[in-house]
Design a protein around this ligand. Structure first.
Ligand code: DGY
Length: 326
């Protein structure tokens, strides 16, 4: 049987689909595989199902002599050298659509957590520090009627905009848009990045990582933000210059921040741990049972399609590689 390499355990519904046709090898360790381990295990694989934090570059692709598909377990595509995979005739797929709502809800939860110090309050209580109602304890910010700036108005941004607009009567600004008028589900005003940063009470990043968005938010951008702003990143760590974020936290250029993603995951900058007003999550945007099961089903079916010589539904390089099979 052909081998499918899965770099980290995924929900069993996806594995069951694959086991019917493949020899499924799942990384047995409860951590990401190293590049060296991937290179070793991909050598004889027909397919790889990598996580969005696994770098599938030229070295990895060159070591995979039998590889026909890279089926990313996630919607993000910045971890794979797509151009090189395409050159080698390897199909590349992702899992769009199914994680929009779960990721948007997490983005909103993180915004609320950063606005009201929820994880900090939980820790405070569990540490036995709650000694009675205090008028000055954990004073946060109300969001109702304030302004939300969305950097990267795609499906996830649009879903967050709806929660903010209808749930919290917020005004919505956005820049770096990649959806059509029809998909934009609430009234929102398009603006420039500097204007958005100057006028928003909450700034949230939902943009994809690419050469244009790398370090889009750096010193100059934090300087433009209100000192009272809440800054949230649920997209990719590399969109924010971590040195500039640390500087902003140190010099109180923002009120608080919420991070679900980091530069160089999982080896994030440990200096971030020093800030009480920074809520830090372990990249769990899409982590609901329903979404993760759907993602598992999609990756398994993408692999099966290629095995059966059909173009997978979510082929990112399908135009180049599967026109003959469509
Ligand atoms: C993605 O899919 O790109 C997310 O970051 C992982 O859930």
């Amino acid at each position: 049987m052909d081998k499918v390499l899965i770099t980290r355990k995924i929900p069993s519904n996806g594995i069951e689909i694959l086991k019917k046709s493949f020899d499924v090898y799942i990384n047995p360790k409860d951590r990401n595989m190293t590049k060296r381990e991937i290179i070793e295990d991909i050598k004889d694989a027909f397919a790889i199902i990598p996580m969005v934090s696994d770098i599938i570059d030229k070295d990895v692709i060159d070591s995979a002599k039998r590889l026909k598909i890279i089926a990313n377990y996630g919607v993000g595509i910045n971890n794979v050298d797509i151009e090189y995979a395409t050159k080698k005739g390897i199909i590349f797929t992702n899992t769009p659509g199914v994680l929009t709502q779960s990721t948007a809800e997490l983005g909103w939860a993180l915004t609320m957590a950063a606005a009201r110090f929820i994880p900090q309050s939980d820790r405070f209580t569990k540490d036995g520090k709650f000694n009675g109602f205090s008028p000055t304890l954990m004073l946060g910010k109300e969001l109702y009627g304030s302004t939300l700036g969305i950097i990267g108005m795609g499906k996830i941004g649009s879903s967050i905009a709806r929660m903010a607009r209808y749930g919290f009567n917020m005004n919505i600004l956005y820049c770096n848009r990649n959806i059509s008028d029809k998909e934009l589900i609430v009234d929102a005003k398009k603006t420039t990045l500097p204007e958005l940063l100057k006028n928003s009470d909450v700034v949230i990043i939902t943009a994809p990582l690419n050469s244009e968005s790398r370090h889009l938010i750096s010193y100059e951008e934090f300087d433009l933000m209100k000192n009272s702003a809440i800054f949230v990143n649920i997209a990719r760590g590399e969109i924010v210059d971590t040195e500039a974020l640390i500087d902003a936290l140190k010099n109180k250029k923002i009120f608080s921040c919420g991070l679900d993603v980091y530069e160089n995951e999982p080896n994030f900058d440990k200096r971030l741990l020093e800030f009480d007003n920074c809520v830090m999550l372990p990249h769990i945007g899409s982590a609901t049972i329903k979404t993760r099961q759907k993602m598992a089903e999609i990756v398994a079916n993408n692999v099966l399609s290629v095995y059966n010589n059909r173009c997978p539904k979510f082929a990112v390089n399908g135009d180049e590689l599967c026109s003959a099979k469509k």
